[in-house]
Write a protein that binds this ligand. Structure first.
Ligand code: SF4
Length: 291
């Protein structure tokens, strides 16, 4: 839940989630719609799907135990190099380091070398005797992340009170590196085509057309200038939306019709039991002005 999301946003979701699913077994018996409903509003829904798939795999194939080696961990849904190392360090106290943005910044500042010029895997391997000279590696993993978040902060690091300042090349250098990565924002233009009917319903299908929100319910959506002839549809409005690193400029079109493609089903604009992502709910709000 904490990937790309602030702690204060996560807390109520985490509490609800752990109250509902008190064991790995309970989570594994849930289903995607239930998990997504509980995740609603937290975004990055792939995390929720992976969590459920991971719980099922652990219960069904791993005897309900978290594997202890990196290759087996990386076979779990949603677990890549970063998470596998975090689990080894935090759960099993093994000499492994989860290299997140905070940790990269601490290393990079200490060396006064830009992050993109550092091979972090090699650096850790080369210095593993020093880094892991502790019996409390799980505390060390947590501590270095917190150190990056609270002391060696992205802007205005607390150098004067920092315990590393004597050895830190950034602190001592007159030519300090600039390390602040700007998030690459991409502008995209999309056309959205909504079948609607007099019962205030909209036709949706599982998205397989665009790269974000895969397999979630959406109307027909295409990058602008696609092959769909917009003259067959009525223009409703233009609006902006953002999702992840995408800034979307959206033209929304509609057509009243009782005939819809076989891949689509009708959904109420007002109330649905099925999980609907916020992106689609925003479309609902635009379309509901027709009624
Ligand atoms: S001295 Fe400053 S730049 Fe160096 S590690 Fe400490 S807080 Fe970061």
């Amino acid at each position: 839940m904490l990937q790309q999301t602030q702690v204060k946003t996560v807390i109520p979701y985490f509490n609800n989630f752990t109250n509902k699913f008190k064991t790995l077994n309970a989570l594994s018996k849930s289903n995607e719609n239930e998990i997504l409903k509980m995740w609603e509003g937290l975004g990055y829904y792939r995390r929720a799907r992976n969590l459920l798939a991971c719980a099922k795999q652990l219960v069904n194939k791993c005897d309900s135990r978290l594997p202890k080696n990196i290759e087996e961990l990386k076979n779990l849904p949603g677990v890549g190099d970063y998470t596998a190392n975090a689990l080894l360090g935090l759960v099993y106290n093994k000499p492994a380091l989860a290299v997140d943005g905070n940790v990269k910044r601490v290393f990079s500042r200490n060396l006064n070398k830009e992050e993109k010029k550092i091979d972090f895997k090699k650096l850790i391997e080369k210095n593993k005797k020093i880094l892991f000279s502790t019996n409390r590696n799980s505390d060390f993993v947590e501590a270095i992340m917190e150190f990056g978040a609270l002391i060696c902060k992205p802007k205005d690091p607390n150098c004067l009170t920092c315990c590393l300042k004597k050895s830190c090349k950034y602190f001592k250098s007159n030519k300090k590196i600039k390390n602040f990565k700007k998030k690459m924002i991409k502008d995209k233009n999309y056309d959205i085509f909504c079948y609607v009917n007099k019962k205030k319903q909209i036709a949706l299908a599982k998205n397989s057309q665009i790269s974000f929100l895969k397999n979630f319910n959406m109307p027909i959506i295409k990058e602008s200038n696609s092959s769909i002839k917009t003259q067959d549809w009525k223009f409703l409005k233009n609006y902006k939306n953002s999702i992840s690193n995408l800034k979307l400029n959206i033209n929304i079109y509609y057509k009243f019709s009782n005939k819809i493609p076989s891949s689509h089903s009708w959904y109420s604009l007002e109330k649905n039991n099925e999980f609907i992502p916020n992106f689609t709910k925003k479309i609902f709000r635009q379309v509901s002005t027709l009624f």
